[in-house]
Design a protein around this ligand. Structure first.
Ligand SMILES: NC(=O)c1ccc[n+]([C@@H]2O[C@H](COP(=O)([O-])OP(=O)(O)OC[C@H]3O[C@@H](n4cnc5c(N)ncnc54)[C@H](OP(=O)(O)O)[C@@H]3O)[C@@H](O)[C@H]2O)c1
Length: 224
């Protein structure tokens, strides 16, 4: 079966790196962008996509249409509100709409969620209370990720290998080329950051190789 990845949040900073990483992967999986405003895509990213699907992730019908049009085998969700830590229900609400669309779609779809370290029971632990300060700043966003994760965990309850939750530390750009480190999310956080492309390349490898992290929640940072 041809691997066909639908990236939700494709115009965003992580979404663009996912498209780039898929395009550069030796297996050349199909990569489709799902975006509210395809015209806001940089042309150099749009041309790396197999197709661009216009749609709002809060509208189940539009997600369903994109699943059908792309014959999606995988969805990667990198949805958010740029540079905002204000209360938001976007991630949780879109999870419900995406799940509703997947329930109607007749083929099995695997999902990767880009969540965040601090979600669920994971801890942001840096010396001198830095982790607690970061957690406090991100508390609304983490609550939204908690809801997002819980919805998908519930949906994949009978098919755990269909879901991969990725919880990065702070996402940065322009530092690609470092190794990534997977850690347990309970002890000291290895690094405050991870480059978006490095994380995206790791995610695409998992998808292309049907990696053994499906069925798990993975905390990821730059290797130090
Ligand atoms: N920033 C960090 O340091 C950090 C760290 C850990 C985890 N995360 C998580 O990683 C995820 C991605 O973050 P990011 O900073 O890479 O993303 P971003 O640059 O903020 O991009 C967010 C994307 O979501 C899209 N979007 C918003 N509402 C949508 C809707 N209703 N339908 C379809 N698309 C919609 C935006 O599209 P439009 O162009 O249409 O607005 C945009 O493409 C977020 O969930 C964030 O919480 C971020």
């Amino acid at each position: 079966m041809t691997t066909s990845i639908l990236v939700i949040g494709a115009t965003g900073r992580t979404g663009q790196q996912l498209i780039k990483a898929a395009n550069e992967h030796p297996d050349h999986p199909q990569v489709h962008a799902f975006a509210r405003n395809p015209q806001s895509f940089p042309s150099e990213i749009a041309e790396k996509c197999t197709s661009v699907q216009k749609g709002d992730a809060l509208v189940a019908d539009q997600v369903y249409d994109a699943l059908v049009a792309t014959k999606a085998t995988h969805i990667v969700i990198a949805i958010g509100v740029p540079n905002s830590t204000a209360p938001s229900t976007l991630r949780g609400d879109s999870a419900e709409a995406i799940i509703e669309a997947m329930k109607r779609y007749p083929k099995p779809v695997k999902t990767v969620i880009i969540s965040a370290l601090g979600a669920s029971d994971t801890k942001i632990q840096f010396g001198f209370g830095v982790g607690m300060v970061i957690y406090y700043i991100l508390r609304h966003l983490l609550k939204d990720h908690d809801r997002q994760e819980a919805s998908f965990l519930d949906y994949y309850n009978d098919n755990e290998k269909g879901l991969l939750i990725v919880r990065p530390t702070g996402l940065v750009d322009g530092q690609e080329g470092s190794k990534v480190l997977l850690f347990d999310g309970q002890g000291r956080t290895p690094s405050l950051t991870v480059d978006r492309y490095d994380m995206a390349a790791w995610v695409v490898n998992q998808i292309a190789n049907d990696g053994d992290c499906f069925g798990k929640a993975i905390n990821i940072s730059k290797a130090v």
